[in-house]
Design a protein around this ligand. Structure first.
Ligand SMILES: Nc1c(O)cccc1[N+](=O)[O-]
Length: 249
């Protein structure tokens, strides 16, 4: 997978050089390319923003630098044999979920346009919807200084789904929110050695060796945690699943 990121803070993406993603890049599974948006400005101040039409606080990112940068990146489409999916992180986007991460993990090429200030002039998305699949996504209902943190979140969530990135493929299937048995379920508590730590014991069931009973206990813990902490997810569960929670101990 090729990933292009255009930003006025390309240095923000240094974390993509370490850990799982850094290893995936060194093994050629991920090809991440960073671009400085200001390289597509033509004034001495390398201006990328201006005051909003209609007045109001803050500044809006100008369309010209973004369009020149996106055009320059997609100019290599011939060698890629396809155009990228343009992903614009924004609080007004559709929710970025595990399902969307799985969708993106099937894409050969993602191009991220993280905005700063009050956002990018709306005509940029309008312009590229005619040529690219454009996706405005939100990682959550809170205010960030820009979309760069969202790109880090999205790239991590997607990269770990790519074949060869995670050592143990099973761990993806067991993820919280993963389609299938864990869909709409939070993961339960996890434990490791020592069996007793500062007087806190590991639940005995986990030391029993009874794998079926352990699986039932884990699912029950996941159900309980989901009902307690995420009633919105619990509401999506099959009522029969919730009923089983009370019977199985
Ligand atoms: N929430 C937010 C923001 O405040 C700015 C850019 C992107 C996002 N987001 O993706 O959720």
């Amino acid at each position: 997978m090729r990933v292009d990121i255009i930003s006025i803070f390309p240095e923000y993406f240094t974390p993509l050089e370490v850990s799982l993603i850094g290893k995936a890049r060194s093994r050629g599974i991920l090809d991440i390319r960073l671009h400085q948006l200001r390289d597509w400005t033509h004034d001495v101040h390398r201006t990328v923003d201006d005051t909003p039409y209609g007045g109001g606080p803050g500044m809006v990112m100008k369309p010209e630098p973004w369009a020149e940068a996106i055009d320059a990146v997609i100019a290599s489409a011939e060698t890629e044999g396809a155009l990228p999916r343009l992903v614009v992180p924004t609080p007004s986007g559709r929710p970025f979920t595990q399902k969307v991460a799985l969708e993106y993990a099937r894409e050969p090429w993602l191009l991220f346009a993280p905005a700063r200030y009050e956002g990018i002039d709306a005509r940029v998305v309008e312009e590229y919807r005619e040529r690219l699949r454009v996706d405005e996504v939100s990682i959550g209902d809170y205010v960030l200084a820009g979309g760069e943190a969202a790109v880090l979140v999205i790239v991590e969530a997607v990269a770990r789904l790519l074949p060869g990135v995670l050592g143990n493929v099973c761990s993806v299937a067991d993820d919280s929110f993963a389609p299938g048995a864990m869909e709409n379920l939070l993961e339960g508590p996890v434990y490791t050695k020592p069996p007793v730590w500062r007087g806190h014991e590991v639940p005995p069931i986990l030391l029993s060796g009874h794998h079926a009973a352990i699986a039932r206990w884990r699912r029950d813990q996941a159900l309980r945690r989901t009902v307690e902490r995420r009633p919105d997810l619990a509401a999506r569960l099959d009522p029969a699943t919730l009923d089983r929670r009370d019977r199985e101990v």
